[in-house]
Design a binder for this molecule. Sequence first.
Ligand code: GDP
Length: 425
Amino acid sequence: MVKAVVGANWGDEGKGKITDMLAEKADIIVRFQGGANAGHTIINDYGKFALHTLPSGVFYGHTTSIIGNGVAVDIPVLCKEIQSIIDRGVPAPKILVSDRAQMVMSYHKNFDAYEEERLGGKSFGSTKSGIAPFYSDKYAKIGFQISELFDEELLREKVNRVAEQKNVLLEHLYHKPLLDPDSLMEELLGYRKMIEPYVCNVSLYLDQALKEGKEILLEGQLGTLKDPDHGIYPMVTSSSTLAAYGAIGAGIPPYEIKQIVTVCKAYSSAVGAGAFVSEIFGAEADELRRRGGDGGEFGATTGRPRRMGWFDCVASRYGCRLQGTTDVAFTVVDVLGYLDEIPVCTGYEINGEIVKEFPPTYLLEKAKPVLTTLPGWKCDIRGIQKYEDLPENCRNYIEFIEKEIGYPITMVSNGPGRHDIIFRK
Ligand code: GDP
């Protein structure tokens, strides 16, 4: 049985916490897209961790953590991450990396930075982890698959070919130092040494696991609105953030994904550029940012302050629909306990018309939020374990949003910890 844990919005919805919680009963956790550009924050018995590449199941002794073929693998970052959790007392996790996953090269990160520099004020707000250059190369068929590390002759040939092409751009577009094929070869052979113990035919491994009735979790990065097809293009990420892509990025049949848990945060936050209709500013935003998440809404990778906003029903309904949601996990509800009233965005006004369907980017830029204000509950709801024990206004807020988005909220998260979760029938 396969479950996917994915985001409805711009990412940072709390997928890490939900995955970590669900991983208690899972056998295998798979990352299927993205790279080290985003982070999951997880709090458990070992402490507080910001993971970038490892799946959020690495803290359990009974789980296998898998990096699927769809992931952009930054091998030094991955190895450092493995070492860093071991150094903090976590038992050495069982990790498998797909032989069909491709590697983020040092030049991908450089190209990311050079392009942001070239674009100046019009940049995308990239985390400069090399993700866009990586996926561009993958689909241009000049990426390096981990399996290619094991045939040195072919590898050498490809290194020369790739360096020749990259050097044209480096010389004439970016005016930066050129790539040297010998050092690239050295870089790749270094990666082989680091990754060799983890390399696996992951799709075959998962096929066997499915036959044995194992429980598999697919852990998504970012959310629907950052999907290159269905998100706010071009202010998106470079790999699909949808549960459907989980089948491809892990190498399993699509019909095996039986449950799609879409994580929605009780208010909005976003990083990077792009339209954000329900965004708030000034002191109102500062206060929510300071109180948000666990210790404030700041990027897990970059430390950048996140952009803040009220819950957006239009974006979330669309976000849940594209994921194919069976369950909504509604997170960080506890954070809103300080507000007398809570505005919720229930529609967009575009060119004088009210719309409820999430529009393409050019219209989104023109959208103004239509807000409905709900009463707050003015108390701390952390520690509450039963839905009925939540204050009435809190339940009303949850049920109002559930009705607006049209998908069942079956889990309510009221704290950052593994067990701060309320299940609803
Ligand atoms: P992800 O990338 O979707 O996993 O999200 P992040 O880890 O970037 O952001 C979620 C943040 O909210 C983390 O700091 C979590 O510890 C925290 N968090 C998750 N669920 C809850 C919750 O229900 N309440 C509170 N207060 N914090 C939460």
